[in-house]
Design a protein. Structure first.
Length: 373
């Protein structure tokens, strides 16, 4: 029997209209928090008028039949320092007399929750810098008794905070298994798929070089945006098809067509925008990785240390020892030729995915709240 609480409030400093990973993460957590509370409420900057609850459920493949509530503080999308301060204050002030579990990825909201002595969880997905670093590390607000626990996305990120007296929990990103239909893999690898951004460090250049060597394979790349600053010369390759960014609801069907999935991150850095800002290669926990694991197709990944908190070479994936084109081509041939290895990878990948679901992630947070409340 599930342990339930009355209210859960999630503060997310985002405009509810985007399909960014942050939004997907929040919506999946809200959906699964619905299993554990009578009332679940999401606090955001703004909500686009035509972005209705039904549309949200469809776009993000939300499975809970219960309704959740959305509270937005601004009529138009906002995302600058002063609005983040205003949003943090308004959110904390709105919740200061409400009872229930409060969780946020907004440092400004956490700052005001601390000032109001409101117990909450603070989730951290990146290194701190600037004002947040000064307030939470230099002034040690990160050790505040108002923070029930700090939730880190990876063990590697948590290590950066070992010098601080904090209560913490490591919870990587996750996947909704029921969103993914596993299909029988062909004996020969024909369709090779990549789903994700085309930003610097995501490995698109490497995939194109691999495709040039493997002209008998079809490569399907999803995620190109109009704002991408890097121009990839793919039109000369007849075996490569490039598609624009797709809705999250389309991801499972694209993965279901794959005989092999690629995660060729650069060993020189993984960046979060088209300008090549903010290298996340030392602490990332990509949702894509868990979706790949749940898809039923084998995965080949770059040799990025933080990913090995989840990925195990020749068990739930194949990890390329380097990012040379020849090594990746050899790995593709290996997965295709060794059916026993491929079946082993697929089986263990599904087990790994089942241990990292959004439901289990939400359940761990709720249990921590019940322990300290």
């Amino acid at each position: 029997m599930l342990k339930k609480i009355t209210n859960i409030y999630y503060i997310a400093d985002l405009n509810l209209s985007t399909l960014k990973a942050y939004t997907i993460h929040v919506m999946k957590m809200i959906d699964n928090f619905n299993h554990f509370a009578g009332h679940v409420e999401l606090l955001v900057y703004s909500q686009r008028k035509n972005f209705t609850l039904n549309k949200i459920k469809k776009n993000f493949i939300l499975t809970s039949k219960k309704k959740f509530f959305i509270k937005n503080f601004f009529t138009k999308p906002r995302n600058n320092f002063f609005y983040r301060i205003a949003f943090g204050f308004l959110s904390a002030n709105y919740l200061k007399k409400k009872n229930g579990l409060v969780i946020t990825r907004s440092f400004m909201a956490s700052l005001f929750l601390i000032l109001f002595k409101k117990k909450h969880f603070l989730e951290i997905h990146h290194h701190l810098k600037g004002f947040t670093k000064f307030m939470f590390l230099n002034l040690n607000l990160i050790s505040s008794n108002s923070i029930i626990k700090i939730i880190f996305i990876t063990k590697s990120l948590k290590k950066n905070f070992n010098n601080y007296d904090i209560k913490s929990l490591v919870l990587p990103d996750a996947v909704e298994l029921k969103n993914f239909k596993r299909v029988k893999i062909r004996s020969k690898i024909k369709n090779i798929v990549y789903v994700g951004s085309f930003y610097k460090g995501r490995g698109i250049e490497l995939i194109l070089k691999i495709a040039e060597k493997l002209k008998n394979k079809n490569f399907f790349l999803y995620g190109k945006r109009k704002t991408d600053l890097i121009n990839f010369d793919y039109k000369k390759l007849n075996n490569v098809k490039v598609f624009n960014l797709i809705k999250y609801s389309e991801v499972p069907s694209k993965l279901a067509k794959a005989d092999l999935l690629l995660m060729p991150y650069s060993l020189d850095g993984i960046f979060i925008d088209a300008l090549g800002n903010n290298d996340i290669s030392k602490y990332t926990s990509p949702m894509k990785m868990f979706e790949y694991l749940a898809s039923g197709a084998p995965l080949i990944s770059s040799n990025i240390p933080v990913l090995k908190e989840i990925l195990i070479n020749k068990k739930n994936c194949l990890i390329s020892r380097d990012n040379s084109v020849n090594t990746w081509v050899k790995n593709i041939h290996l997965v295709e030729a060794d059916h026993q290895l491929r079946n082993k990878i697929i089986k263990n990948a599904l087990i790994s995915a089942s241990k990292n679901t959004w439901f289990l992630r939400a359940n761990k947070i709720v249990n921590e709240y019940l322990r300290f409340s």
